[in-house]
Design a protein around this ligand. Structure first.
Ligand code: SAT
Ligand code: MN
Length: 628
């Protein structure tokens, strides 16, 4: 054969032609591919040398076949108690995003990372170093495996706000997950005839010659590399099969590559949920909210309001693509097609909508399993039938006294959007939904009020820039410490954060500018108890924001922003909460906070920081200095 990857030729003496008949069962598949996609597939095959090629067309049958294949190989187990639900257990070294191995590859470092040589907000790799790293990893990496070709759309196909991608992956687990998380199907192939696409190449990376029968989750943790090349619209991911490392439509494309596209094209790609909220009078507003990973975006996006007469509907739980339209109205789409939500802590009490939607067609990863074929995790709050036992995510017998968690703290459910019972009627609207409020937030045990409103857009941008939050299990960090996480985008910026701030500031000119808020559901008292009940009770905060946007609710000025005037937050029928503690703006705390924000902005953004941010910081420091 003249294929490039046969042993005798070796991978370095590649011929241009591929012997398609050797790797493809149905040659008519090739005719379905638009020429640029075919070229991309060809390059991928020549580089990675898969044994087989499979074009994914997004059908139900195809998904069923892939799931059955994964079951046969022991890579997925069926959860008999649920309907078409599956459990994957990963290699314990491959359980979260690896920020330390995620890089932006650009010609100039400054285009990717702010703050000059000291800047640590993002990681940069030169094109030369990347070429070397690629050559050390990808050649021949798919030998013995099948390469799946996944053409996908982020956003409703043909929406002016949507973008296309093609992922080549050697992981059938990634293929079935991408089926859920993105739009895949003939209409995507059709759209690819006329439109460019982001080129995504993914390999789990481990040599598949492994004879270890336990190697059901191949990966190469020591050499993992997730590289984004925004200048050419390419993503290369090697060595991990998990979540944002491998489902390349999500963080790599929809945030890192897209945020850079958005800057060039005048829109925003943000780490935000999108929800619609209707008041008892039937008036509806849409809001977006940016919280770091694993801080409750999914719970807020699907909230069951504790306030009578209110209704929340979900557009998305993780990513928003937004653009001001010609009327000066910010409009948002959810580029995704599924939920990849954190499992632990999800229960009938905390998120009944999610608990219902994950009873079918869901892929669980690294949760515990009950002996009757159900799921289990910390905080699931479910009684087990008599005699039922549990195995942990590590497939070991588990009881509450085991001392180890039953589910990995970053274990996930992957579920189609359309299974959400409160999916918003406009979830698929190609024009997007009109956004009236932008909410920032994080996990702040101390010092940060329940809610405050920005004085104006510029101050709102500053609030986003100054965000800090306790670290979570979504990335590799150990222990809980408060990290700077501006706009909840720290791991996801696709370009220089100083330019990102300038881009946000440049949006201060539209007729229907959304108002900007900061919330903190996670304040604790001296004994470590939460000050606020959270979950459905957060509707009280959304109600206040709703009425503020309508110009109704009263607010009072504090050093950090506008907080609810006494009596303006609906506290009816809420068990006693310590309102004073919830809204205290304490001088010592905020002096320290402002100091940390200054050190961060000066140290990490430096000369790239827009002057307006220093003005806002100075004003905050002055207001704090005046506190008693
Ligand atoms: O990046 S993941 O998709 O694994 C989850 C997250 O960090 O939000
Ligand atoms: Mn996220």
């Amino acid at each position: 054969m003249n294929g490039s990857c046969n042993e005798s030729n070796g991978i370095h003496e590649q011929n241009d032609d591929i012997s398609w008949a050797n790797i493809l069962d149905d040659l008519t598949t090739l005719e379905k591919l638009p020429e640029p996609v075919l070229q991309f597939v060809k390059q991928g095959v020549q580089l990675c040398c898969p044994d087989k090629l499979h074009l994914c067309q997004g059908s139900h049958d195809e998904q069923a076949t892939l799931l059955a294949l994964l079951e046969t190989r022991g890579q997925l187990g069926r959860l008999k108690k649920l309907n078409n639900c599956w459990l994957a257990r990963t290699d314990p070294r491959d359980v979260a995003r690896v920020e330390g191995r995620t890089v932006m590859v650009t010609k100039n470092r400054r285009d990717a990372v702010a703050g000059g040589d000291n800047g640590a907000l993002g990681r940069w790799m030169s094109l030369e170093d990347f070429e070397r790293a690629k050559a050390e990893r990808f050649p021949g990496c798919m030998k013995g495996r099948t390469m799946y070709v996944m053409p996908f759309s982020m956003g409703p196909v043909n929406s002016p706000l949507a973008k296309l991608g093609v992922e080549l992956t050697d992981s059938p687990y990634v293929a079935v997950s991408m089926h859920i998380m993105t739009r895949v199907g003939p209409e995507v192939l059709q759209a690819l005839q006329q439109n460019d696409f982001v080129r995504c190449l993914h390999s789990v990376g481990a040599p598949c010659t492994s004879t270890d029968p336990r190697a059901t989750w191949p990966c190469d943790p020591d050499r993992t590399l997730i590289a984004q090349l925004p200048e050419s619209g390419e993503i290369f991911s090697y060595g991990s099969g998990y979540g944002g490392n491998s489902l390349l439509g999500k963080k790599c494309f929809a945030l890192r590559i897209a945020s850079r596209m958005a800057r060039e094209q005048g829109w925003l790609a943000e780490h935000m949920l999108i929800l619609g909220i209707t008041n008892p009078q039937g008036r509806k507003k849409y809001m977006v909210a940016a919280f770091p990973s694993a801080c409750g975006k999914t719970n807020l996006a699907m909230m069951t309001p504790a306030l009578p007469g209110w209704k929340v509907e979900c557009v998305g739980d993780d990513i928003a693509w937004m653009k001001f339209d010609e009327q000066g109205q910010l409009r948002a789409i959810n580029p995704e097609f599924g939920f990849f939500g954190v499992a632990p802590g999800t229960s009938i009490k905390t998120n009944p909508v999610a608990m219902k939607m994950i009873q079918s067609n869901t892929i669980f990863t690294n949760v515990g399993k009950t002996s009757d074929g159900g799921i289990y995790w910390e905080g699931i709050d479910e009684k087990l039938a008599k005699g039922v036992t549990i195995r942990s995510w590590l497939d070991e017998p588990w009881t509450p006294s085991s001392g180890e968690p039953c589910a990995h703290p970053n274990s996930r459910f992957c579920t189609p959007l359309q299974q959400c019972s409160i999916l918003d009627p406009a979830w698929d609207d190609p024009q997007g939904v009109p956004i009236e409020a932008i909410i920032f937030g994080g996990r702040r045990p101390q010092g940060v009020p329940l809610v405050y409103e920005a004085f104006n857009w510029k101050h709102g941008v500053f609030i986003g820039a100054a965000m800090r939050s306790e670290s979570t299990a979504a990335a590799e960090f150990k222990g809980k410490h408060i990290m700077h996480d501006p706009f909840a985008m720290r791991p996801f910026f696709g370009y220089n954060f100083g330019d990102y701030l300038a881009h946000w500031l440049s949006m201060d000119k539209h007729s229907h500018q959304p108002r900007i808020y900061h919330v903190n559901w996670f304040g604790k008292d001296a004994d470590g108890h939460f000050l606020w009940p959270g979950f459905g009770q957060n509707a009280r905060v959304l109600d206040w924001i709703f009425r503020r946007v309508e110009g109704e609710a009263e607010a009072i000025e504090t050093a950090v922003g506008l907080v609810p005037a006494p009596g303006s937050l609906n506290m009816q029928e809420l068990e006693a909460v310590d309102e004073e503690a919830l809204f205290s703006v304490e001088k010592g705390f905020w002096e320290d906070e402002a100091r940390k924000v200054r050190a961060f902005l000066e140290g990490q953004v430096g000369n790239d920081l827009p002057a307006e941010m220093l003005i806002q910081l100075k004003q905050l420091e002055e207001r704090v200095a005046e506190l008693p």
